[in-house]
Design a protein around this ligand. Structure first.
Ligand code: FAD
Length: 397
């Protein structure tokens, strides 16, 4: 049974940019320092494989949503940023994961200072190539990381997959929308779900609530059931704007680091460009995002106001990356916000609670969740089918 407080895909799934990307917002080398390189690399491999899971999902359900695939780029401008990513590439190399490509401008001021350990991980190219890959005019960016990426419409995908499940498995799949779960009581042999006047008794419950935290989860003695401190979820609201262009442009996913030090406060800008079918024509839609703010209220309303100052900030700071030829101050076709789930560990939580095996989680996107949530769903299906899976960085603690 799928219980949804709103309508299908009205959470982050209906408010994202649609980038199919598999990076962790925390450097992979950092994850390797905490969990060891094997577990870090396994996690990366599993998320990378979610590209295939998505394709399986689309083909098995007959979903009609377009999935576009291409190379995604990340722009870096200083030595520290580049070295962090080269260290991540070393983890990938050690584990024999598919290589990413990294190019560094021959004009980069720090080129001669890069440690020898990193040689062979990048190639030196003319600055013009950096500009071309990142679609920028200026010379502030000096290096580019490339990896397979794509984009699609996760909201349309969910609606189409849900329709398929409802017709194919009418005998064993039930969907209840506009049904808010207020409380879960997790016992030894069952979980009782309280949703308004309804009670659902289940063998297992999966929390796939992303950044929404306004429900109570407790054991039969009434004690709260929690995750480890660094896995506990807090919400962040992310803001985006998008514009349509009649001229066809190739799909793209490009991120531009803007912090001098990775992990600093200036949000990176991310641009997602895709084909967009309207009722009477097909255009190019470019979405641009970056600003995110902690959200501490108990309840998030997707219709809450979008502050005008933020739209202005996106127009000032992100538009020059998204489409340098677009003049400032033009109206946007769309602007919106959505709720993401973050934790201090920066890693999605997927699996059963260590002391309450009937309670499972697939939540906490930490910025990137389209493909990771699909991988999480697959891992939970394996666990519920009784498979014994190796330990993972995603395991709830
Ligand atoms: C602005 C923005 C841009 C993003 N861009 C990207 C991107 O380009 N690429 C990418 O990979 N990821 C992106 N993400 C993240 C991505 O959208 C999500 O991680 C992904 O859609 C998976 O979402 P989910 O299913 O985990 O959570 P959600 O889609 O948020 O689903 C959680 C659901 O749980 C329901 N729910 C919560 N509490 C209750 C309750 N008590 N009772 C009943 N129902 C409840 C909610 O209504 C919601 O429908 C972005 C997110 C945002 C907000």
């Amino acid at each position: 049974m799928l219980v949804e407080r709103d309508r299908v895909a009205r959470g982050a799934t209906g408010h994202n940019a649609g980038q199919l990307t598999t990076y962790f917002e925390r450097p992979l080398s950092d994850i390797a320092d905490e969990f060891g390189w094997r577990l870090a690399a396994d996690a990366q491999r599993h998320i990378d494989e979610a590209h295939d899971l998505l394709d399986t999902m689309v083909s098995e359900t007959g979903a009609r949503v377009p999935v576009e695939r291409f190379t995604g780029y990340l722009g870096m401008f200083n030595r520290q940023q580049l070295e962090v990513h080269l260290r991540c590439m070393l983890v990938r190399k050690r584990a024999d994961l598919p290589a990413q490509t990294c190019v560094v401008s021959e004009e980069a001021e720090f080129l001669g200072e890069l440690p020898a350990d990193f040689s062979g991980l990048y190639s030196v190219v003319p600055q013009a190539q950096v500009r071309e890959l990142l679609e920028v005019d200026g010379d502030s960016y000096r290096a580019v990381l490339s990896e397979p990426a794509g984009c699609s419409n996760s909201s349309a995908l969910c609606r189409q997959v849900l329709g398929y499940l409802q017709s194919k498995y009418a005998d064993r799949f039930v969907y209840a929308d506009r049904t808010n779960v207020e409380r879960l009581i997790v016992g030894e042999d069952r979980v009782v779900v309280h949703a308004g006047p309804h009670r659902v008794t289940a063998g297992h419950v999966v929390l796939c609530t992303n950044g929404f935290v306004d429900h109570v989860v407790e054991d039969i003695a009434g004690s709260p059931i929690q995750l480890a401190a660094d896995q506990q979820i807090t919400g962040r609201i992310a803001y985006m704007a998008a514009f349509a262009e009649d001229a066809p442009r190739p799909p793209a996913a490009i991120s531009y680091i803007r912090n001098t030090t990775i992990g600093g406060d200036t949000p990176y800008v991310y641009v997602t460009r895709r084909t967009y079918d309207r009722s009477d024509d097909t255009v190019t839609l470019t979405c641009m995002g970056g600003p995110e703010y902690p959200f501490d209220e108990p309840l998030y309303h997707r219709d809450a106001l979008f502050p005008g100052g933020l739209l202005q900030a996106l127009d000032d700071e992100a538009r020059p990356f998204a489409q340098p030829a677009r003049p400032p101050g033009l109206p946007y076709d769309f602007h919106w916000h959505g709720l993401m789930g973050y934790n201090d560990g920066g890693i999605r939580v997927v699996g059963a609670h260590p002391r309450h095996q009937r309670l499972l989680y697939n939540l906490g996107c930490n910025g990137v969740g389209f493909l990771p949530s699909i991988y999480g769903g697959h891992r939970l299906a394996q666990l519920l089918a009784g498979d014994h899976l190796a330990a993972s960085v995603f395991d709830p603690r």
